[in-house]
Design a protein around this ligand. Structure first.
Ligand code: SF4
Length: 323
């Protein structure tokens, strides 16, 4: 995950729940992709350190567990850069130009200069991040599947040239609920519509109670349909089947008002958000503990990365002594 700073409900439900499940069953490496942040924001590095600590604080508060998973920052393991360099030598430019996000992001972010070598090559850096740890699976959203496919192609090409070295990873697509922001659009910091994990109970409650609803329910007696209600996506995540049935009936008959309806969901969401908020507040008072987690993770990741690079250097026939 790029160091985006404080995380919100969309990250929790869309990504972190999945990471928590994965760490129960698999050996996991979760890292702060701080070099990746430079591929689009190379002139805005001032927030990277603060954003890293804020984000990892959220990971830990949610329950990403350093006793189970290796948690580190990418720039702490310079072997990623070395592997990126070697893989970039064997990756045809055409493969990179065909990655859908290359053109899409250039169109979506017209205010950024994305005509750089680093931006074109960032999927190769991702390939290095993945192949370094012989990852069997990579949890990604559907937009990132082409990147995992590219990683597989790069691994295949390397293995063919230099001998079996890398595992071809699979994309792990998890069912993620749709998480709208308070205005009904996708929840995003840049839309200013997010409920942050660090928000106070009061702020979270106010934001959630203002969430967009079925636009047909202008007045209290107007009937609506939960399927057309952005807020109801969170009911689906948090409420019991009985509550969902009650809300659906009440919405379609106008027996309940939207505020009453949302209070049911807010109370349920708070059961999860409350303890996260408490753990987060405790961690925020001890940022050095968060740095210690990252330092321990870097040591573990680096040991693994060194083993991989020793093999890679030998196969490629280039590379001196480990430092
Ligand atoms: S009653 Fe509930 S489900 Fe229906 S529109 Fe209002 S908030 Fe949405």
């Amino acid at each position: 995950m790029r160091p985006t700073g404080r995380l919100h409900l969309g990250h929790l439900l869309g990504t972190l729940h999945n990471w928590k499940r994965l760490q129960e069953t698999s050996e996991c490496f979760f890292f702060v992709a701080d070099w990746h942040a430079f591929t689009t924001d190379y002139d805005r590095s001032e927030g990277v350190e603060t954003n890293t600590i804020e984000m990892v604080t959220d990971w830990l508060a949610v329950g990403i567990d350093p006793a189970r998973a290796t948690i580190f920052r990418q720039s702490g393991v310079p072997e990623h850069a070395e592997l990126h360099l070697l893989l970039s030598m064997i990756t045809p430019i055409g493969w990179l130009e065909r990655v859908p996000t290359y053109k899409e992001m250039q169109q979506q972010l017209p205010d950024r200069d994305l005509s750089t070598y680093g931006f074109l090559g960032y999927p190769v850096l991702q390939a290095a991040d993945i192949l370094m740890y012989h990852a069997a699976g990579v949890p990604v959203g559907s937009d990132q599947v082409p990147h995992v496919e590219l990683t597989r192609e790069i691994a295949r090409r390397f293995n063919k040239m230099f001998g079996e070295t890398f595992v071809e990873p699979q994309a792990l697509l998890a069912e993620a609920p749709r998480v709208p922001g308070v205005d009904g659009r996708k929840m995003s910091k840049s839309y200013n519509n997010a409920v942050f994990l660090a928000d106070s109970a009061e702020d979270a409650k106010v934001k959630l109670s203002r969430m967009a609803t079925d636009p047909r329910r202008v007045r209290r007696h107007d009937r609506g349909d939960p399927d057309d209600c952005p807020a109801y996506n969170l009911h689906r995540v948090y409420c019991t089947p009985e509550e969902l049935a009650f809300v659906t009936q009440g919405c379609r008959t106008a027996d309940i008002g939207c505020l009453e309806c949302k209070q049911i969901m807010i109370a349920r969401a708070e059961v999860e958000l409350g303890p996260i908020r408490e753990r987060r507040a405790a961690l925020a008072r001890r940022p050095d503990d968060v740095r210690d987690v990252l330092a321990t993770g870097v040591r573990r990741a680096r040991a693994e990365a060194r083993r991989t690079m020793a093999v890679v250097r030998e196969r490629v026939g280039v590379g001196g002594e480990d430092t």
